[in-house]
Design a protein around this ligand. Structure first.
Ligand code: NDP
Length: 328
């Protein structure tokens, strides 16, 4: 049956301005890193994506290499665009990225203009789109002049193949430099995508630069890949990311220290009347310094639970101090 979006989809979600730009992003976006590739069950991927849109999630975050296999998450998204979501294209913000290994030879990764332009053309074909809304350089490249990578992003925006340019995983210094180079080319750096959660606060250092430059911010792995859900308190559930083949969330990374901290945070969340998952997401969005968090999910119920974090998003100073003390 043809998909018709929920008419109430814009009633609950909060939309935040992305830096000093005209673009509003949902406080919660959906990422397609896991559970959308050709190894995933298509019906489940479809259920999550359409269900998310029905809940007001207008922004979907992809990259050339998401899968597995690499490229297949974009293909799944392309199928969903052509079969279900096509009529809603003007209500969607679609992001993709290039920079990590994608194809053999000297042009299949990093930050050359050759890599970025070719990769975006491949992504557009896989997603069956004429343009993406945001195109990111996925990781800094120490061997390519920043000017060349930014020239590639600016050219892509001028070509109309992307509406906005973004960077991901850049340190504060390079973020500032990239923003200035782009500005000199007449293109505003829209957004910085960073690994940010209660368990990874290293990237907080970049937030001042983002404010100075009017750049928005979007947090990936806000639940530390599931560690901040409390699901690993009594071992590794068979249907969890850590039980699968992830090389990013290995069994070794689930340490007793993290489990103990998650337990203590979970008690505080219960006092606040929400789940640890919800508190961890609300914490990333606290005080409006972060534009959006990118949810990862393996089923629609998780997305529904996570969105309810917005119902209890405020923190008292005393609660923030208790969280800092637990995370120390
Ligand atoms: P999270 O840290 O939020 O982890 C998501 C995982 O946590 C889910 O797949 C699920 O795993 C578990 N989970 C989520 N909600 C719940 C819940 N309510 N109850 C129980 N378990 C839950 O985010 P990701 O690490 O997935 O990253 C999100 C997105 O960020 C990616 O899809 C991608 O778009 C982007 N990203 C960008 C990167 C970059 O370099 N720019 C790098 C990494 C990610 P399960 O059920 O399988 O255990």
């Amino acid at each position: 049956m043809e998909y018709t979006a929920n008419t109430a989809r814009y009633e609950k979600m909060k939309y935040n301005r992305c830096g000093k730009s005209g673009l509003l992003l949902p406080a919660m976006s959906l990422g397609l890193w896991h559970n959308f590739g050709d190894c995933a069950v298509y019906a489940n991927s479809k259920n999550m994506l359409l269900g998310a849109f029905d809940l007001g999630i207008t922004h979907f975050d992809l990259a050339n290499n998401y899968g597995p296999s690499a490229g297949s998450a974009e293909e799944t998204f392309g199928k969903l665009i052509s079969e279900e979501l096509g009529p809603y294209r003007d209500e969607l913000i679609v992001s993709t990225k290039a920079g990590y290994y994608m194809w053999p030879g000297p042009y299949g990764e990093w930050g050359s203009k050759k890599n970025l332009v070719a990769s975006l053309d491949q992504s557009l074909k896989r997603m069956k789109l004429d343009y993406v809304d945001i195109f990111y350089h996925h990781r800094p490249d120490p061997n390519t002049p920043l000017e060349e990578t930014m020239d590639a992003l600016a050219g892509i925006v001028r070509s109309g193949k992307a509406l906005y340019a973004g960077i991901s995983n850049y340190n504060p210094e390079d973020t500032g430099k990239a923003a200035v180079i782009l500005k000199d080319m007449g293109v505003h750096c829209l957004i910085h995508q960073m690994n940010y959660s209660m368990f990874n606060r290293q990237t907080e250092k970049v937030l001042d630069v983002l404010d100075e430059q009017g750049i928005g911010s979007i947090a990936f792995s806000p639940l530390a890949q599931g560690l901040l859900t409390g699901k690993y308190a009594n071992g590794i559930p068979s249907d969890s990311r850590a039980a699968g083949h992830s090389v990013f969330l290995t069994k070794d990374s689930i340490t007793p220290d993290k489990i103990e901290k998650a337990n203590r945070l979970g008690q505080l969340a219960a006092e606040r009347g929400q789940s640890l998952t919800q508190m961890a997401l609300a914490w990333v969005l606290r005080r409006d310094r972060v534009t959006s968090v990118i949810l990862g999910a393996s089923r629609l119920e998780q997305i529904k639970e996570n969105i309810d974090a917005l119902n209890r998003a405020e923190f008292a100073d005393e609660e923030l101090a208790r969280i800092d003390a637990i995370l120390k």
